[in-house]
Write a protein that binds this ligand. Sequence first.
Ligand SMILES: Nc1ncnc2c1ncn2[C@@H]1O[C@H](COP(=O)(O)OP(=O)(O)OP(=O)(O)O)[C@@H](O)[C@H]1O
Ligand code: NI
Length: 342
Amino acid sequence: MSSPILSIENLNVSFKTSKGIVKANEDVSLQIREGEILGLIGETGCGKTTLGKAILRLLSGKAKLEGKIMYRDKDLLTLPEKEMRLLRGKEIGIILQNPSACLNPVLSTGKQIAEIYRYHEIMGKKEAEKKAGEMLELVGISSSRGCDYPHQFSGGMLQRVMVAIGLAIRPGLLIADEPTKGLDPDTKLQIAELIVGLVRKENASMLLITHDLELAGRLADRISVMYAGEIVEMGMAEEIISSPKHPYTLDLLRSLPGKGFGTVSGHPPSLVSPPSGCRYHQRCRFRFEACSLAHPALRELEGERFIRCLLSEKGRRKETAAQPLLTLQPVLRCSEEGIWRC
Ligand SMILES: Nc1ncnc2c1ncn2[C@@H]1O[C@H](COP(=O)(O)OP(=O)(O)OP(=O)(O)O)[C@@H](O)[C@H]1O
Ligand code: NI
């Protein structure tokens, strides 16, 4: 097994707001290995972007961060800002979800890519502009369009420009935050495959942030499922998709458009005052009394599978799965071993 390029230990991120302290990430621990693509999924507002930005210390001054984030041998939460600036873009690239807000409207796209090389003082102006053209070609845009401004590009093309910027200096780790948001289904897949193809070619690693479980299942090696600021399930992508163990993951899978179910019913809880016990218990079809009282820990099951659910504790699963408090039309059944299947 390859060593981690990124290791996050017990990360807590909170924001002081007028409504109270928003606990956007709580006790988050995960690793991304060399050459690995980790999908981070969860509903809107669960804390995915917070985690991605925390890695690069891009959160606003209101954010309080505790825990440890190691990139190779660098401790990112204590690294001096000067070193952090050198690391951003060069060792860890980021693609944010809204290209038109991230790009400078009065600078040509070619110049914006060239600026990265100039900023990191890798090469001179002429060479940087030539390299920017090559990057555009790499992401499927003619280098002649380097003179064009962001408003002259479609959403999909702009996202390609963001990919070129994110990967310009061949970072070891790429954080891609909803890189396909707002694109039509065909463009979405093309962009996602483009990013993954380039990352794989470089043997780089990636944190792929998305609310799209299907996309993560198709492109990631492993998946972390986040709910209300916490990781609730983590494992190999194909296993998460074929046999989800946390009721939330199961509900996410059931809500895929292809299954015709719509979104997961109910609303995520407040991150200012989350419910006691399991954060998902109010929406969970398998809840039992203890779920509203005891906060489950993230436990490791066999084969690097992690789950934060009281049902995963021995003896509970069968008993409870057999008698869910709420029974929706079951596409579920409980197998002999007590593992749920879609
Ligand atoms: N700068 C901030 N100040 C205050 N609260 C914030 C800030 N940034 C994020 N939050 C809050 O933290 C929580 C997590 O937000 P985050 O953007 O990380 O969620 P997300 O999973 O990325 O959602 P989406 O899928 O919509 O992008 C939300 O409740 C959000 O309102
Ligand atoms: Ni987000």
